[in-house]
Design a protein around this ligand. Structure first.
Ligand code: FES
Ligand code: FE2
Length: 538
């Protein structure tokens, strides 16, 4: 670790030059960590635990949260209590077990006994104390200043004047709703905690959790493994975007080809799995309608709740919280979250899926750990190599880790280039087209065009699309049928090809804009003469 004195500039941002850089000092300097402890961990809402972990009166867990030892217990009335795990007598940790069920807590040093809500019940040698001793608030265990919950996620704050948890979470609540609504009754923490560490600054795990950009490189072996399993992956492309949710919170929401126990089927789950997943999906449609059901079932979410909670709703759901022990070291605790009413089949496959990717023994998390630890090692050069350059997405209206162009298309969009001797409304189901892509193939086409091995387009050609005569032809319900004339020039290696014709679009409204549900390019030329091929998108 290298301490390099007071921080001069934490961020270097230049909107006009599309620059966004973060000083590496933020990841190595102990002075900054002290400031983070005082200004972030002592002031913000911090995740403590899930209500399902304390199912019955008397259930308790002990946790380290924000650098303090906390005793979290459900009392006889069913209320949840978060107490500072320190004896009012001489400071000993009152409860030394990780979890369990108790009628009361007894401090082993001098034997004081506390109720499940921390109230002093008795102490040896009571006669030697003042008569009102037990009634004094200072004689009981101290409650954490604030404890509030949302959808069974319990948070504490050491600052009693903090805003309500609900206000603090703001738009995060809606994402928690989407995650929790996959359960018909309630979500529950599955037994077992993964405790591990990384020799890296705690903020690197935050960044990693909402960085969809690294999946294809860092997790290549995981994806290859999935491809090699029976029947492979779902026909779904990696697509999505990260969003700032304010107050430091953020989310990455995306589609991915892995199986989701609620509810995206993959061939290795067989016919039993298919039946189970369609039952779950139908249940979601019944409860929420198709649009929300699709969002719950087929979208993945990496939700970051500032400052140190990540809920990954991906091939399983993991709840992860982490805390810095030093500028270059963090401790992580992780749990699996699942619908309480889930069948044995679904629970088994969910946990199988979880371990494939997630946790210190998964096929992916260890690669993340290595990446973050390597960043931290690289920061040894931070006196000279001062900046992390994370300018990707600057100046883009809709930052995405995929091609923005694809965002123009709906999830069920189609893109057609029919042969020129066919009727304008011909179907690719029984006619030969040049191109007939569904959304998956279209997105793979876009990715392929960017690769060196797409030989027709590498080195990249230059293209220019000219559009004129835009007309709204028809309104079909809320949808619009629109046509336009186009000329597309493509130039490469001294040869310029011209493609021309008309486009027919079906546009659907949503979120204050229109997206393309169908694009049909009708070439005016005699087939693809003289171009010979169409390796670009018209
Ligand atoms: S320190 Fe707990 S009883 Fe004395
Ligand atoms: Fe990762």
């Amino acid at each position: 670790m290298n301490a390099i004195g007071p921080m001069k500039t934490a961020l270097l941002i230049d909107e006009s030059k599309k620059i966004f850089k973060v000083s590496r000092q933020a990841f190595v300097d102990p002075v900054i960590l002290d400031a983070e402890r005082a200004q972030i961990f002592d002031k913000c809402w911090l995740y403590l635990g899930h209500s399902s972990e304390l199912a019955k009166p008397g259930d308790f867990v002990t946790r380290q949260v924000g650098g303090r030892g906390i005793l979290f217990a459900r009392d006889g009335k069913g209320n949840l209590n978060a107490m500072l795990n320190t004896c009012p007598h001489r400071g000993t940790q009152v409860c030394r077990e990780k979890h369990g069920s108790a009628k009361s807590f007894q401090c082993f040093y001098h034997g004081w006994v506390f109720g499940l809500d921390g109230t002093l019940r008795s102490q040896p040698g009571e006669a030697s104390y003042a008569e009102d001793f037990k009634e004094r608030s200072t004689s009981s265990m101290q409650q954490v200043p604030r404890l509030e919950s949302y959808r069974d996620f319990n948070f504490i704050c050491f600052d009693k004047n903090v805003e309500s948890l609900s206000d603090y979470l703001g738009p995060v609540r809606e994402y928690l709703d989407v995650i929790c609504d996959q359960a018909e009754t309630a979500m529950t923490i599955v037994g077992g905690t993964q405790e591990y560490s990384m020799r890296a600054n705690w903020k690197l795990l935050t960044e990693n959790s909402i960085d969809g950009y690294h999946a294809l490189t860092t997790h290549a072996t995981y994806l290859n493994y999935l491809k090699a399993t029976t029947g492979g992956l779902a026909q779904v492309a990696f697509e999505g975007s990260a969003r700032d949710l304010g107050k430091g919170h953020a989310v990455l929401e995306y589609k991915a080809p892995w199986g989701r126990p609620v509810a995206q089927w993959i061939p290795s789950w067989g016919e039993d799995g298919k039946r189970e997943l369609s039952r779950l999906y139908d249940g979601l449609v019944n409860r929420f309608g198709k649009e929300r059901a699709d969002r719950i079932a087929t979208f993945n979410r990496n939700l970051f709740i500032f400052p140190n909670l990540v809920i990954n709703d991906i091939m399983a759901v993991t709840v992860r919280t982490y805390y810095p022990a030093a500028p270059d070291f963090m401790n992580i605790s992780a749990w699996a979250l699942a619908p309480k009413e889930e069948t044995e089949w679904a629970r088994k496959y969910r946990l199988f899926n979880f371990l494939e990717f997630l946790g210190p023994g998964g096929f992916a998390t260890p690669d993340d750990v290595e990446a973050l630890e390597q960043c931290q090692r690289g920061f040894r050069n931070s006196s000279e190599a001062q900046w992390n350059d994370i300018s990707k997405g600057m100046g883009k209206t809709n930052p995405s880790y995929d091609d923005e162009w694809l965002e123009l298309f709906t999830d069920d969009a189609i893109y057609y280039v029919p042969a020129t001797d066919l009727a304008v409304d011909a179907s690719p189901d029984n006619n030969l087209f040049y191109i007939a892509d569904d959304r998956f193939r279209l997105s793979e086409r876009v990715k392929r065009l960017m690769k060196r091995t797409a030989h027709a387009e590498f080195p990249h050609s230059k293209t220019r699309h000219l559009v004129s005569n835009v007309r709204i032809r028809k309104r079909i319900g809320d949808d619009l049928e629109v046509s336009s004339a186009f000329i597309t020039y493509r130039t490469k290696d001294g040869v310029t090809d011209v493609y021309f014709g008309s486009n027919r679009y079906r546009l659907v409204p949503g979120n204050g804009t229109f997206r393309i549900k169908e694009k049909r390019c009708l070439l005016d030329s005699e087939g693809l003469r003289a171009q010979g091929r169409v390796s670009i998108i018209l």
